[in-house]
Design a binder for this molecule. Structure first.
Ligand SMILES: [Zn+2]
Length: 305
């Protein structure tokens, strides 16, 4: 859908649902006063850059291992190494009523989960940096979709929905829900993630269908693309100007069905309420394994020498 059509739908959705003030903020976005809405072309780009900058901060030390004077970012030496040493991970928190309090509870739940994970004693050490994304799913469309994938999708829906009902995050009978999840880049291996995450992302004693061994969805970076391209694409992918429902919970398949105006306005408003300045409430950068292990082993090396 072109930028013009997105903008027209955003205007209609907001002005027809009593959110004219938010539409005015987006419409009047300028250098002196940025609206910071993902549904504003300029600000969506800025959000992607902010996510990317946060990931790049984590890469500085790793890139320093290459001789910076002669570092050729297009070389296969650089790209093969960096692409193979990083993973794209996606974690699923749950499905929530289209409501600020419900989604904030989910964000808080996941932040606490990471706080505990970071406190775990482990020999593993890695970083993971990314951002939360909220997408609208419509179960009616999901349940009635009759394609080859639909059995798998329904298994996922069943798992996430019953879990989210049990958690009190979504009301029985809601047809539309906010899928809260995150996308991140990490220098962890899949084994690191299995070891540190344990069953933290399991749902009712099983992994969410189609996720990898750690209970989150893990993908390799595209080995045939430049590392820099992979990183900026991933950062941009996680901040969308969505106007259609997402079709399955995992992967990038957005359907053709446009959101209702009330739902689109609800989602735009939800981001506006939750994201905070420069999207900081949606971004995270975690360090697992405090580095104590490295310090200790250095000491050991020195004393034995
Ligand atoms: Zn803007």
């Amino acid at each position: 859908m072109s930028g013009y059509h997105v903008r027209q739908r955003v205007q209609n959705a907001l002005t027809h649902t009593g959110n004219s003030a938010l539409w005015r903020k987006i419409k009047e976005c300028s250098r002196s006063s940025r609206c910071q809405s993902l549904w504003c072309g300029h600000c969506r780009n800025s959000a992607a850059k902010a996510v990317e900058a946060q990931i790049r901060k984590r890469l500085i030390d790793e890139e320093a291992m290459f001789d910076s004077a002669s570092l050729d970012r297009s070389s296969s030496e650089f790209n093969d190494h960096m692409n193979s040493k990083h993973l794209h991970a996606s974690g699923y928190v749950g499905v929530f009523s289209l409501d600020q309090a419900a989604v904030l509870a989910g964000l808080e739940f996941d932040r606490k989960r990471w706080k505990k994970l970071k406190e775990r004693k482990t020999d593993r050490a890695f970083w993971i940096a990314g951002n939360y994304e909220m997408e609208l799913v419509n179960y009616r469309f999901l349940v009635s979709s009759h394609n080859a994938e639909s059995v798998k999708k329904q298994k996922q829906i069943g798992q996430l929905l019953s879990y989210s009902h049990d958690m009190g995050w979504i009301s029985q009978g809601d047809n539309v829900g906010v899928l809260l999840h995150w996308h991140a880049v990490t220098n962890a291996t899949e084994d690191d993630l299995v070891d540190v995450l344990g069953d933290a992302y399991w749902i009712n004693n099983e992994r969410l269908f189609k996720t990898s061994a750690p209970g989150v969805y893990v993908q390799n970076l595209h080995q045939d693309k430049l590392f820099d391209v992979n990183i900026s694409k991933m950062a941009s992918y996680a901040v969308k100007s969505a106007t259609r429902y997402k079709h399955s919970f995992i992967g990038s398949d957005v359907g053709n069905e446009l959101m209702l105006q009330s739902e689109l306005a609800g989602l735009i408003g939800l981001y506006d309420q939750i994201q905070k300045r420069n999207w900081r409430a949606l971004m995270f950068t975690h360090t697992v394994g405090s580095g104590q292990k490295t310090v200790l082993s250095n000491k050991e090396t020195h004393s034995s020498n």
